[in-house]
Every structure is written in structure tokens, then in C-alpha cells.
Design a protein around this ligand. Structure first.
Ligand code: FAD
Length: 497
């Protein structure tokens, strides 16, 4: 066991890197996520080379130089105080720029395994994000282990590795409230059940409302929450200050408070589902891109990948915001649109912030991670639809201004890194689930906008039961793709950003 430090900022030792390698993480991005190296103050400037050397020395077969790409650099270049960003200003009328590209090593062909994919499987799941992996685990747990999960990148490359980790039961429709409550139950015991620490922290969610319309929205949904066993209370601004004394509550008219909501660290959920699914015999094939389908008699008979074809009985499309482009390969139109959402993380602070706080009017949200960082983001109404994983200084300027209005002390805190991820937005903010008209063995599992992480444990549990038993379940009747052609919307309005 080598106690030699490779990452002095985050105390990551050589033996921890070797442990990650032994678990199968053999690319720099994955080892970074698994060990935390390169996520501290120096952002990898001191440790990247040492980790690359260890990968070269310990991986079998020895990686080529083009397989040891540096991880994606994260702006800002230097840790910079939020007050600096807040003073920058931004043009509210103009759309944001593309930003610094932040997706360098995600799908590099150099990392594609040489061996072909299995030639057949009962179920092929496209997308190794939280949805695809949670479904694979639940299928396997119920006895269906002839499952292959395909992802074009490393685990956590998609939205599941880029989100804010917020989980809440404060929703605007009974179905989402029920799903979220079940997910929170499952997430609470995930560490025990799946053997991985997920940093679950039940500090509550505090929604702040500035306009009369948003006050009416939180009042309406709080009533619904109480009818469904969620103890949401509507608070006056002074009562909200008792929950988070540091808040100014500038312009705030009322707040919705549920102490049972929580935050988690997303990555271990993805790894936990993947590891347990693999233990049951599921194959998880990373760096493997779906390129097409072979169709016959109204069914998908083969999934075509850049590592060979897989003959199959059923295909589940769980490619998040990429689902429309994959569906198109089978001639299916999905109405989802990807929308970039930017997010950032600061240097760590002593614990001071219990809940995740969100100003519903602007889409600002922030919470404190178990590592002490302030993690938060804010949607941009000017963001055009499209797959864009860039990072902008405009985001930091908008976010910092909104954050320091509510939490002035945060002005002295330095932003360490920013990134972005795709929201998978549907016309009614509700998911697309179940059968595909005209291609009945293609099942949809996408369209979770900005809340799929917290829905995944419950939705995957229900989908596995529905697929295995054939018993009807309202989820796969109400949220079908066909609802759009039928003009039947399932609108959800408790969306942040
Ligand atoms: C900034 C941000 C903050 C968020 N905050 C929260 C939050 O606080 N709480 C919450 O619950 N949710 C949050 N979300 C939403 C949440 O992250 C997503 O809803 C969820 O992760 C979606 O999971 P998924 O598995 O459907 O998609 P993804 O995680 O995106 O996975 C899809 C996978 O499909 C793969 N793929 C794509 N095309 C192909 C192909 N051709 N072949 C093979 N594989 C392919 C991709 O590589 C990707 O890994 C947030 C999202 C963002 C972007």
C-alpha cells in the first residue's frame, strides 16, 4: 500500500489510484471521478502527470499515449471570488455564447475496447446514465440478467455525472410526489443496500418565491404535498430566515419548506447501480456508441454499435438528452430538446447551510455538499435548444449576482470549477416512458428535464416490474410518446430553472 500522495489538495494517495484501476477505471476522467484527484484548489495542475504515469505503469495492457488524454479542464483558470464574478455584469437580452468546450475526453475512440460486444442479449439498454443503470440493476435483481448496457462515454459522462444532487418530494403532480417519495426512501438506504457511500444528507429544500404568481404556485403545491403525506409548510420571510439565518430574503414574499428533502453525491449512485448490475451478470459496455438499428416487421432486431451488432428482443432508449438523436436512427421522432444548464462548485467551507435553497422565480439554486463546497446553478431563459456542454463567464456573472443577493457572505468564497450538462426537456416537462408507436419492442425512458436523478430509483423499479410481469402500470400509459400526437399533456410546473 503506497501512502505517497499524488493529489496533495484532495489527499489522494497512489494506492487509491491503484484501487480505482483495479475496479476497472482505466481512463483519466473516470479515475478523477472515482478518487477525487484534480478536484481541489490546483485543479489537477500538480497531480495529473503522476496519475497518468500510474495508469501507464499499472494498467494491463499498457495504455497508449492517446489513451491517456488529460481530463477536461474546468474554468475558471484560477480560483476566483464570487464577488468578482457578480461585478462583471452580463447582457440579459442576448443569448449566451458557446463557451469553453468542456467535453474533451468523453467519447474518444482511443478508449473503445477492442473486443466486440456480445452478439446477442434479451434486453439492450442504450445509455449508461442513472436511468439505464438503475433499470439494468432492477431487471437483474428480478432475475433478468441477459442485459447489455451501452454508453458512448465513461460512466457519469452524461447529465447523471453533472447534476446538482438535489432530491425533493416537493412536486406539482401526485405522480411525481409519489415517485420522489419512493426514490428518497430507496436513496436513504442505498449505501447499506448497494455497499457504496452516497453522502445522503437530509437537510430539506427551501423554495423562495418573489412574485405573486410563484407564491400562488408554492401554495397550491404545498396543499397537494400535505394531501400526499409530504410535510411542506409555507413560511413567511422571517420564518424562512430561522431555517437559514444567513439569507437576506431580498424581494422574497414567501417560502415553501420541506425538511425531509435532501442532497446526495450523484456519482456513487451511478457506480453503485453499475457494480451491482454487473455482479448479477449484466454487461456494461462503456466507450461503445450506438450507430444504428436493424429493423424487421415493425421491430428492432439488432442494435448496431461501433463494436459490432447485438441481436436482441427488446431495446430501452435511456440516452437522456441524446435520446432524440438515437431514436432518429430507428426512424422515430421524439419531441425532447437538449438545453444546456451550467453549474459550479466553490472551495470548501465549514458546514453552515442545511437545506438546498432555490429562488423559483429565477431558477437559482445552491446547497452545501458533504465536502463543504457550495454547489449551485441557474437556468438561463436565453439559452437556445441544442447539445452544448460549454462553460461561460456569463453564467458565473448571473449566478454570482443572484447568489450574493441572497447570501452576501458567499461573495468572499472562490469558485473552483464550473461545468455544464444537458437538461432533457419535453413539451410538458414530464418524461416519455414505455412503448413506441410502430416499434413496440423499443421502450422509452427519457425526458426527465432537470429532475431525472431523483426519479430514477423509483421509475426504474416500476419499469423493471412492468417489463417483467406485463402487468399494467399507469406510468407507462400516462407518459407514453403517443400522448403528444393525441394532444394529451401531463404538465409539471415545479421545475427549477
Ligand atoms: C446542471 C444540471 C443539474 C441537475 N440537477 C439535478 C438535481 O439536482 N436533481 C435531479 O434529480 N436531477 C438533476 N438534473 C437532471 C439529471 O441529471 C438528469 O435528469 C438525469 O441524470 C438523466 O439521467 P439519464 O440516465 O436519463 O441521462 P444521462 O445521464 O445523460 O445518460 C445518458 C447516457 O446516454 C449516453 N449516450 C448518448 N448517446 C449514445 C449513443 N449513441 N450510444 C451509446 N450511449 C449514448 C450518454 O453518453 C450518457 O451517458 C440536473 C441536470 C443538469 C444538467
Amino acid at each position: 500500500m503506497s501512502k505517497a500522495l499524488v493529489c496533495p489538495c484532495e489527499d489522494v494517495t497512489a494506492s487509491e489510484v491503484e484501487h480505482a484501476i483495479s475496479k476497472g477505471y482505466r481512463d483519466v476522467e473516470s479515475v478523477k471521478r472515482y478518487t477525487g484527484f484534480g478536484t481541489g484548489m490546483c485543479q489537477g495542475k500538480e497531480c495529473l502527470t503522476a496519475v497518468a504515469r500510474l495508469l501507464e505503469a499499472k494498467c494491463q495492457p499498457t495504455p497508449r499515449a492517446d489513451q491517456l488524454l488529460p481530463f477536461t479542464p474546468r474554468p475558471p483558470l484560477f480560483p476566483t471570488e464570487l464577488s468578482h464574478w457578480a461585478s462583471l455584469g452580463f447582457d440579459a437580452q442576448h443569448a449566451p455564447a458557446g463557451g469553453v468546450p468542456t467535453a474533451l475526453g468523453i467519447t474518444t475512440p482511443a478508449l473503445r475496447p477492442e473486443a466486440p460486444v456480445p452478439s446477442r442479449a434479451k434486453v439492450v439498454i442504450i445509455g449508461g446514465g442513472i436511468m439505464g443503470l438503475a433499470l439494468a440493476y432492477n431487471l437483474a435483481d428480478r432475475g433478468e440478467t441477459d442485459v447489455v448496457v451501452l454508453d458512448k462515454g465513461y460512466l457519469c459522462a452524461g447529465a447523471s455525472g453533472r447534476n446538482g444532487g438535489g432530491i425533493r418530494a416537493q412536486w406539482g403532480t401526485p405522480t411525481l410526489i409519489t415517485l420522489a417519495r419512493r426514490s428518497i426512501e430507496l436513496m436513504k438506504r442505498f449505501a447499506r443496500d448497494m455497499g457504496i457511500n452516497v453522502w445522503f444528507r437530509q437537510g430539506g429544500y427551501l423554495f423562495l418565491a418573489k412574485s405573486d404568481a410563484v407564491v400562488a404556485r408554492i401554495e397550491r403545491s404545498a396543499k397537494l404535498h400535505n394531501e400526499h403525506g409530504v410535510p411542506t409548510e409555507i413560511l413567511t420571510p422571517s420564518a424562512a430566515r430561522e431555517v437559514v439565518p444567513q439569507l437576506t430574503l431580498a424581494g422574497v414574499k414567501a417560502a415553501a419548506w420541506n425538511p425531509k428533502d435532501a442532497v446526495i453525491f450523484p456519482w456513487p449512485f451511478v457506480w453503485g447501480y453499475a457494480a451491482q448490475a454487473q455482479k448479477h451478470g449484466v454487461k456494461v459496455e462503456t466507450f461503445t456508441r450506438v450507430q444504428g438499428f436493424e429493423l424487421s416487421a415493425g421491430k428492432i432486431v439488432k442494435v448496431v454499435t461501433d463494436r459490432g451488432d447485438i441481436a436482441c428482443e427488446r431495446v430501452v432508449l435511456a440516452a437522456g438528452a441524446w435520446s432524440p438523436e438515437v431514436a432518429k436512427l430507428a426512424g422515430v421522432h421524439l419531441p425532447n430538446e437538449p438545453h444546456r444548464h451550467e453549474i459550479c462548485s466553490t472551495e470548501p467551507l465549514k458546514p453552515f447551510l442545511g437545506p438546498l435553497v432555490s429562488v423559483l422565480d429565477s431558477g437559482l439554486y445552491f446547497s452545501q455538499s458533504m465536502r463543504g463546497e457550495l454547489v449551485g446553478g441557474m437556468g438561463d431563459p436565453r439559452e437556445p435548444a441544442g447539445m452544448n456542454l460549454g462553460s461561460t463567464s456569463r453564467f458565473l456573472a448571473r449566478y454570482a449576482a443572484a447568489l450574493t443577493e441572497q447570501l452576501p457572505q458567499a461573495g468572499r468564497v472562490k469558485v473552483l470549477r464550473q461545468w455544464s450538462g444537458p437538461y432533457d426537456v419535453t413539451p410538458d416537462n414530464s418524461p416519455i416512458l414505455g412503448p413506441t408507436p410502430g416499434l413496440n419492442n423499443l421502450l422509452q425512458l427519457s425526458g426527465f428535464v432537470g429532475h431525472g436523478f431523483m426519479m430514477a430509483p423509483a421509475v426504474a423499479e416500476r419499469m423493471a416490474a412492468w417489463m417483467m410481469t406485463g402487468e399494467s402500470d399507469e406510468l407507462f400509459e400516462r407518459f407514453t410518446l403517443s400522448r403528444f400526437a393525441e394532444g394529451r399533456m401531463e404538465r409539471e410546473d415545479m421545475i427549477i430553472g
